[in-house]
Design a protein around this ligand. Structure first.
Ligand SMILES: Cc1cc2nc3c(=O)[nH]c(=O)nc-3n(C[C@H](O)[C@H](O)[C@H](O)COP(=O)(O)OP(=O)(O)OC[C@H]3O[C@@H](n4cnc5c(N)ncnc54)[C@H](O)[C@@H]3O)c2cc1C
Length: 503
């Protein structure tokens, strides 16, 4: 097989790295075409823990990678003002507390809170307590199971990550060509793309094309007319404005998402700067007002001019059509509220590796790939929508829009099961496991009517003692942990003198 990847953003270089490493003996040649004059989206800085598996699979060493991409550790996302104005909670990567007599701890907490102050879920997760105190340690550094029961991801400069992976791919034999695709040749019989033509007249033929051309979807949409499922009735935010600012002294190991009147604002601390952006629905706020909201809510002075981005939430009808596979923004877009875009790129790559054609594409593989990716996108859509509907907010047009919404059946059932007696209906696919759903539902005051009846089979006095011991275990460990900045320095991941001065 000869493979041609169109696009050199995060999606293009992640795909090139993975294919060149994992399918060395299967692929004859990999060519990546990108156009510097078109450029990349250039935002996309927070990730999910799965990316560690991706990097490990390439043999990337963590501290060297973090140093070169100005990366920080991410223990979760702090959501401010979502359930109600003034509320805040952290969605961590990991579970809460430890099961007691085979029943998940959050079920016991539902009973405990009816009998006094036993804290909130946040107090039973090491990752959350560490995040709130700007501390970090690796899970394997924990001395008890509770101190090890968390995951972590990274926040990094996506442009530097793409450059890092470009070096990796080129050293693995990927050929990069600078140029703009201006035409394509289609095989009339099969409908496949035979070759692409660049603005300098060069023609590149391949057996399989990976379309990583971003929102344009040059091959999957402009040429093959895959079609787009528009989900903006559920997730109507359609614009963003982004600007980095100077980083303040403390280096927090988490992303923040603050709900606003017509959208929400992100804050992503990197080593050399803090990334910020305001995602909004232009129906209820003008572009100028959106910029003002962003600039009025920065930690420090802005570094540069705000950059405007336009999008429509949804996904392609076909992620893989004929001999073209769309990965990245060309496949679809869901707002970055839970940092899922790079994760969906990873899912696309993982599924492509599993279903990679022997010598020509097979309709069976294509159909399997498309149904897996459709579910991945739908699961993320439901999880994002949960944040907007599990709320008491009705203080602006946008929030009132969500109070009258008909939800997708899959989400409606999930919420009903939770409210009924606190269980999380299982999905077949999806990045977010039950603890994530529990974090958001509890964090946004969606409290079940009943707890699991098995809770009443445990000795209540013992449960109280155990819960106090869990909180003490976590609090003690967090106190002894290094600050996030010191941890980065200790493992050789600190990139610059700014950070070396930071607390
Ligand atoms: C506001 C916003 C915030 C985001 N935040 C996050 C986040 O926190 N976490 C996260 O995981 N994701 C986030 N994302 C998504 C993330 O930015 C993207 O998923 C990621 O950057 C991948 O982009 P891409 O490579 O698909 O496309 P792009 O970065 O747009 O790259 C497209 C490539 O195709 C090339 N190209 C296009 N047309 C042609 C042509 N005709 N000829 C030749 N080359 C061409 C371009 O030159 C470029 O190299 C965010 C996205 C937005 C819009």
């Amino acid at each position: 097989m000869r493979v041609c990847i169109l696009g050199g953003g995060t999606a293009g270089w992640m795909t090139a790295s993975a294919l060149s490493k994992k399918l060395k003996n299967v692929i004859n040649s990999i060519t990546l075409v990108e156009s510097e004059s078109i450029g990349t989206v250039g935002v996309g800085e927070a990730t999910l823990p799965h990316i560690r598996l991706f990097n490990e699979g390439l043999g990337i060493e963590e501290s060297a990678f973090m140093k070169q991409t100005e990366a920080t550790f991410k223990l979760g996302i702090e959501f401010c003002d979502w359930g109600r104005l003034g509320d805040s909670y952290i969605h961590p990567f990991g579970d809460f507390g430890q099961s007691i007599n085979g029943v998940a701890f959050y079920q016991h907490l539902l009973k405990l809170t009816k009998h006094g102050d036993y804290g909130v879920l946040d107090d039973y997760a090491f990752g959350i307590s560490a995040a709130k105190n700007n501390k970090f340690q690796l899970p394997k550094g924990g001395k008890t199971p509770l101190q090890q029961a968390f995951g972590y991801a990274y926040q990094f400069d996506a442009g530097l990550y793409a450059k890092y992976l470009r070096r990796f791919s080129e050293s693995n034999g990927v050929r990069r060509i600078e140029g703009k695709v201006v035409d394509t040749v289609i095989n009339e019989k099969s409908g496949d793309v035979s070759s692409i033509t660049l603005d300098d007249g060069q023609q590149i033929s391949a057996d399989l094309f990976i379309d990583c051309s971003g929102f344009r979807g040059v091959l999957i949409e402009q040429v093959l007319k895959s079609g787009y499922q528009d989900w903006s009735n559920w997730l109507p935010c359609n614009r963003a404005v982004a600007v980095p600012c100077e980083r303040q002294t403390h280096l927090s190991p988490y992303t923040r998402a603050t709900a606003r009147q017509a959208g929400w604002q992100w804050r992503i601390p990197l080593q050399h700067r803090t990334g910020n952006g305001h995602v909004y629905w232009n129906e209820y706020i003008s572009d100028d007002e959106a910029v003002s909201v962003l600039l009025n809510n920065l930690d420090g002075p802005a570094l540069g001019e705000p950059k405007q981005l336009f999008f429509k939430t949804g996904r392609r009808n076909h992620f893989w059509k004929n001999n073209v596979v769309a990965i990245g923004l060309s496949a679809g877009f869901l707002e970055p509220l839970e940092s899922t875009s790079i994760h969906l790129i990873q899912e696309g790559i993982t599924n492509l590796l599993e279903l990679f054609p022997h010598d020509s594409t097979s309709p069976l593989d294509i159909s399997e790939y498309n149904s897996r990716m459709s579910l991945q996108f739908e699961r993320v859509r439901d999880f994002l929508l949960l944040h907007y509907v599990a709320t008491k907010r009705d203080d602006s047009e946008m929030w009132r829009y969500f109070t009258n919404m008909t939800l997708p059946d899959s989400l409606q059932q999930k919420i009903q099961g939770w409210l009924h007696r606190g269980y999380i209906q299982r999905y077949q696919f999806g990045a977010f496991l039950p603890p994530s759903w529990i974090a958001v539902m509890m964090g946004q005051n969606l409290v079940p009517q009943h707890y699991d009846p098995r809770v009443d089979c445990s000795n209540f006095e013992q449960v109280k003692r155990q819960s106090q011991a869990m909180r003490a275990d976590i609090a003690g460990a967090v106190q002894n942990a290094k600050s996030h900045a010191d941890f980065l320095k200790a493992i050789g991941a600190a990139s610059n003198t700014e950070l070396l001065r930071a607390k």
